[in-house]
Design a protein around this ligand. Structure first.
Ligand SMILES: Cc1ncc(COP(=O)(O)O)c(C=O)c1O
Length: 355
């Protein structure tokens, strides 16, 4: 009889279904590989990587570059294997037992609940309203009333796509005094980051990723920006050399060449606007406002629609067994051709369903 850690069997698993669909718009990835010029530079850099050495210099190079861009010191940046690792470690650092309370929005990134459980903390989901907006006053009251140790906000929010303003984020930062994790995984599509508030609020931790706007989901690189007293503590939770040299060198080049990504970020925003308009014109389809690279829709026959899309080898995100996202589908923006193809399938289904 194997004696696993307490409660491991009760631990929820990530509910995403991964498969290589012919049109894959289920994971908010970037559907284009690196811009050719960037790829060339990455390959040339990788050919010079010292495979035999632990990654030290590469970590510092990338960290220095990010710090310079945000006008903070390098010791205010920590890199992670995706922002997933950053978020997990923050939960770990402020959790530890059931007296440690972590407040996070719901519905939001489904991993918050899992990280809270993994950190053996007391999870307190904060319900977004019927339009999936976060009521700032209520949120502050919940965080303070619960005497939370960590408060989490995802801005823009996944999977709903909506946002808080930087002023609203600042209001929260001003009026709570626990650690405040702001997950900005999609912020490049929104354009209004709250990173600068880190200088003013020493309890604010901003998590960012290379996986979405910079199309590096496969390389697994994310980072956090925070006060140096915070980074110093969170750093203790990482194992030594937790980032591999290939990903660090790749992200370093991508970050140096980030201007090359601006046109495609703009293209994805334009596609999101175009597709939101087209979807909204379909009978019975509700489209939620989004400032990201994806769109959330609600449709009475979403289960059947999802099945039809699966048959056509089109993967969108369906939220099995989540009562707050009943009949919702989340669709990431692909290339223009891919978007036209999934839209044609949805339009046909809606038309036939009505007939
Ligand atoms: C809101 C949010 N935060 C964090 C992540 C983690 O991304 P990664 O670990 O690839 O940086 C995701 C991934 O989908 C996300 O949607």
């Amino acid at each position: 009889m194997l004696k696993y850690r307490k409660d491991l069997s009760l631990m929820p698993s990530y509910d995403g279904v991964e498969r290589d669909y012919s049109i894959k718009v289920n994971a908010n990835e970037c559907n284009l590989n690196l811009p050719p010029l960037v790829e060339e530079r990455v390959m040339s850099r990788l050919s010079r990587v010292a495979f035999n050495r632990y990654p030290n210099e590469q970590y510092d190079d990338l960290r220095d570059q990010i710090a310079r861009n945000f006008n903070v010191d390098a010791d205010q940046i920590l890199l992670g294997s995706g922002s997933s690792e950053i978020i997990e470690k923050v939960f770990y650092a402020f959790g530890g037992n059931s007296r440690k309370r972590i407040v996070y929005p719901q519905p939001s990134f489904s991993m918050y609940k899992i990280y809270a459980r993994a950190a053996e903390a007391h999870a307190i989901p904060f319900e977004l309203d019927d339009n999936y907006d976060l009521d700032v006053e209520k949120y502050i009251a919940t965080v303070n009333g619960e005497k939370a140790h960590l408060a989490v906000v995802c801005n823009p929010n996944n999977p709903t796509g909506n946002v808080l303003t930087v002023d609203q984020i600042e209001t929260i930062a001003q009026r709570i005094d626990c650690a405040f994790l702001l997950d900005e995984a999609y912020v490049e599509f929104y354009g209004h980051s709250a990173v600068n508030l880190v200088k003013k609020y020493p309890h604010l931790i901003v998590a960012r990723t290379f996986s979405k706007a910079y199309g590096l989901a496969g390389a697994r690189v994310g980072y956090m920006i925070a006060n140096r007293n915070v980074t110093k503590m969170i750093e203790k939770t990482f194992m030594p050399y937790h980032m591999n040299v290939l990903s660090l060198a790749t992200a370093d080049i991508v970050y140096q060449m980030r201007d090359e990504f601006v046109p495609r970020i703009q293209m994805m925003i334009a596609e999101r606007k175009r597709m939101s308009g087209r979807l909204a014109a379909l009978d019975g389809v509700k489209v939620y406002p989004s400032e990201t690279n994806f769109i959330l829709i609600k449709y009475d026959r979403a289960v059947e629609l999802n099945r039809r899309l699966e048959e056509l080898d089109i993967g969108v995100r369906y939220f099995v067994g989540n009562p707050r996202l009943e009949n919702c589908l989340r669709i990431s923006m692909g290339t223009r051709e891919e978007n036209d193809a999934w839209f044609a399938a949805i339009e046909k289904f809606v038309r036939e369903a009505k007939a």
